[in-house]
Ligand binder design. Structure first.
Ligand SMILES: *Cc1c(COP(=O)(O)O)cnc(C)c1O
Length: 360
């Protein structure tokens, strides 16, 4: 690991060469860092991308891409079922900077494509599977959009579950704080795509300053070594849990892409290799049952985030998505009875028992 923020060089000409090179990784830490570069190479390889650039968080990645590619007068088309932070960034700062955002129900075929305004739309943003309701976006349809850049937040999919770039999408983004890092000890984001586009994002990112830390890149690289075994086990447990919960009388709905009852199950089987480690379910008893369930947990922990070794349970309506307007929350299925589960590495029976013991 290289914790350095600065490197010495021999004389003015060598310094000048480093100061003006693209992505010079032995000049000054905000420009690039060799440990962070190793993480970027690994993610690019996993995504089948030419290049990648890392950031200090998933939101650092998202904000930098949007501000690198858009300006006052630009138009963005975005899915309405999104991570709360992404939604708030598009709805707040973007609008304040004169960037016009149209939100659409992206699981409706053709909805993203028909919201594109030729010559004005700069970026189309999708999140599949979406957090926390596990809605999917058809990657083939998104990849076929011409004109604006297309971006997929693939955090819930992980690079082993799906590869958006193979479907023609321009940029794939991860909050590697989640499954890629995988141990709840690295805050880091990353974007991958064609070299020229990533270089352009980097040129802005150096000024934005949301640079990834080499310590976090080091932990995220350690996470990648076990990504396959972790996601294989977590996805298998998640599917078993989703199946059991869907048969429970206290549960009115379960959201998990590989569950046959998922409205987009065929699409899930077509574009995903596994259903991922996150599921959500709706309790008939609403907030009362949600509170009782969360208060009773002895194995799973009440916490946000996902993709780590420990099972985490959260109540999106009062935490991760608390900033969304009520009509949008109900449109995208974030009810007061909705519980999101990040399935960990514990035994599946123990996780299930912990979740259903108060439900009767
Ligand atoms: C967590 C998350 C983000 C934001 O990532 P941070 O690393 O917390 O900044 C973005 N998108 C999705 C889907 C997420 O789950």
């Amino acid at each position: 690991m290289w914790p350095s923020t600065v490197w010495s060089s021999e004389g003015l000409d060598a310094t000048n060469a480093r100061a003006t090179a693209l992505r010079s990784d032995q000049f000054y830490g905000r420009y690039a860092n060799p440990t962070v570069s190793q993480f970027e190479y690994a993610v690019a390889a996993l995504e089948g991308a030419e290049s990648a650039v890392a950031f200090g968080s998933g939101m650092g990645a998202l904000a930098s891409v949007v501000l690198a590619l858009c300006g006052s007068g630009s138009h963005i088309v975005a899915q309405d079922s999104l991570y709360g932070g992404t939604y708030s960034f598009l709805e707040g700062p973007c609008r304040r900077f004169g960037i016009d955002v149209t939100f659409v129900d992206a699981k409706v075929p053709g909805a993203l494509t028909s919201a594109v305004v030729p010559g004005k739309t700069m970026l189309v943003i999708a999140e599949t599977p979406s957090n926390p309701c596990l809605e999917l976006v058809d990657l083939e349809e998104l990849g076929a959009i011409r004109g604006p850049f297309t971006l997929v937040d693939s955090t819930l999919g992980t690079p082993l579950g799906q590869q958006p770039l193979r479907h023609g999408v321009d940029l794939v983004l991860h909050s590697a704080t989640k499954g890629i890092g995988g141990h709840n000890d690295a805050m880091i984001g990353v974007v991958a795509g064609e070299k020229d586009l990533i270089d352009a994002v980097w040129q802005y990112a150096v000024l934005h300053g949301a640079s990834a830390s080499p310590y976090d890149a080091h932990n995220a690289l350690r996470g990648i070594k076990t990504l396959d075994v972790r996601t294989t086990r977590q996805a298998a447990s998640a599917l078993s849990l989703a199946t059991s919960l869907s048969r429970h009388p206290a549960v009115s709905a379960v959201h998990y892409p590989f569950l046959e009852s998922h409205a987009q199950h065929d699409l899930a089987r077509k574009q995903m290799r596994n259903g991922g480690s996150v599921l959500s379910f709706d309790l008939r008893g609403g907030i009362t049952h949600a509170r009782a369930l969360i208060d009773s947990l002895t194995l799973a922990r009440p916490a946000t985030s996902f993709g780590g070794p420990e099972t985490l349970v959260c109540h999106p309506a009062t935490s991760t998505h608390v900033g969304m307007p009520p009509d949008l929350l109900s449109r995208i299925g974030i009810t007061n009875g909705l519980i999101r589960v990040s399935v960990g590495l514990e035994h599946y029976d123990d996780i299930l028992n912990d979740l259903v013991k108060t439900l009767g």
